[in-house]
Design a protein around this ligand. Structure first.
Ligand code: TRP
Length: 74
């Protein structure tokens, strides 16, 4: 892939049901959940990967848009 993706990229998570969980995981050798956000249906979170956050886990039905494409959790 020739596109350049960096931490300034934003990703979008739109909840398609109540109680969607967005969990941020820490960067580095010790991977832990450091943040949990609850979204209700229709709510949108716009976020970036940062110095502190290198991975995100989404639980619940949601639409996710990133520079890599769009996907829906099941
Ligand atoms: N304070 C966190 C950080 O700067 C906030 C954060 C950024 C975050 N991106 C996230 C939390 C994605 C959950 C998911 O890293």
């Amino acid at each position: 892939m020739s596109e350049i993706h960096d931490r300034s990229d934003f990703f979008v998570i739109k909840a398609l049901e109540d109680g969607v969980n967005v969990m941020g995981l820490t960067r580095g050798s010790n991977t832990k959940f450091h943040h949990q956000e609850k979204l209700d249906r229709g709510e949108v979170m716009i976020a970036q990967f940062t110095e502190h956050t290198s991975a995100v886990k989404v639980r619940g039905k949601a639409l996710i848009q990133t520079s890599h494409g769009e996907m829906q959790t099941e």
